[in-house]
Ligand binder design. Structure first.
Ligand code: ATR
Length: 273
């Protein structure tokens, strides 16, 4: 049977095996999908061993995405832009192809929630790996403006300069942000520590859409904060998780699974509904 898995550390709580097993059942593909948690300095060896032993493809998550970028034989254009790889496929001619489906997953999830990206003003919080992966796919949707704000402002400036050729992207310091924005995307890891990015509540209005790439069984700190200040449309990163997985599955198997039912099952599994 064709074998796939996700590499991460820690990875025990990953939902990817659950998601891909449901995709395989739905599309009647015969495959198995597991977990691998190599020591941080043993990822390269573990990756080689997996493919030497017949593995067909894998997902890569924290903290290995940047290292995976340097280990594959060939990169897709979107992985090159993202500077990170979250999906690897062994091609028929034996080449390890590195791809990145995170940004496509974000855009697909925003669209499935009915969020309009064309001509919109988007505020992206954070300038780390997650923000980098989102930039090209967001700019491809032709927003009228995309502003990056980051705690360390110089990193936002560097990122804006790097993606400037793709669209109207600028960097603004948190304390100088000028609204109104139609959509705020939180790509920071602040919610992981229950912290908030230093955003003024004045930017939150009833028609704004709020997206937190993090998720949990209950609202993230950022989503609670936005709701408290009047945001009516809030979304967490669970849908992005399922959509990036669907994109990876499509890369591997050439068949696109439906995501709605799988997202519902995942929510039930997490106790969200
Ligand atoms: P990831 O790959 O998830 O993006 P990362 O590359 O470590 O992780 O980036 C984390 C991002 O969250 C950074 O933009 C970081 O800001 P700095 O560049 O200033 O470090 C941001 N971040 C983390 N904790 C934060 C907090 N409490 N408030 C605001 N931003 C935070």
């Amino acid at each position: 049977m064709d074998r796939y898995l996700v590499f991460g550390h820690p990875v025990r709580h990953s939902k990817s095996p659950f998601i891909h097993t449901l995709f395989a059942r739905q599309t009647q593909q015969e495959l198995e999908y597991g977990l691998a948690e190599p020591a941080v300095d043993e990822f390269a060896q573990a990756l080689r061993t997996f493919f030497d032993q017949g593995g067909k493809g894998c997902n890569v998550t924290v903290p290995f995405k940047e290292q995976a970028f340097t280990l594959v034989d060939r990169l897709s254009p979107r992985a090159k832009r993202a500077g990170a790889v979250n999906t690897i496929k062994l091609t028929d001619d034996g080449v390890l192809l590195g791809d990145n489906t995170d940004g496509a997953g974000l855009v697909a999830d925003l669209k499935s929630h009915g969020v309009t990206l064309a001509d919109s003003r988007i505020l992206l919080l954070g300038a780390g790996g997650a923000a980098r992966g989102a930039l090209a796919p967001l700019l491809a949707e032709l927003p009228s403006e995309l502003v990056i704000a980051n705690r360390t402002h110089t990193k936002a400036q560097q990122l804006a300069a790097e993606f400037h050729d793709l669209g109207p992207v600028t960097a603004q310091a948190y304390e100088q942000l000028a609204g109104p924005f139609d959509l705020v995307i939180n790509s920071t890891s602040a919610s992981l520590q229950g912290e908030l990015p230093p955003l003024t509540p004045a930017l939150i209005h009833t028609d704004i859409a709020i997206y937190d790439m993090m998720y949990g069984a209950s609202d993230t700190a950022f989503i609670s904060w936005a709701k408290q200040h009047g945001a009516r449309q809030t979304m967490d990163g669970l849908g992005m998780l399922v959509e990036q997985a669907a994109e990876a599955f499509t890369v591997w198997r050439g068949i696109r699974p439906g995501t709605k039912q799988v997202l519902r099952e995942l929510k039930r599994n997490l106790g969200v509904i």
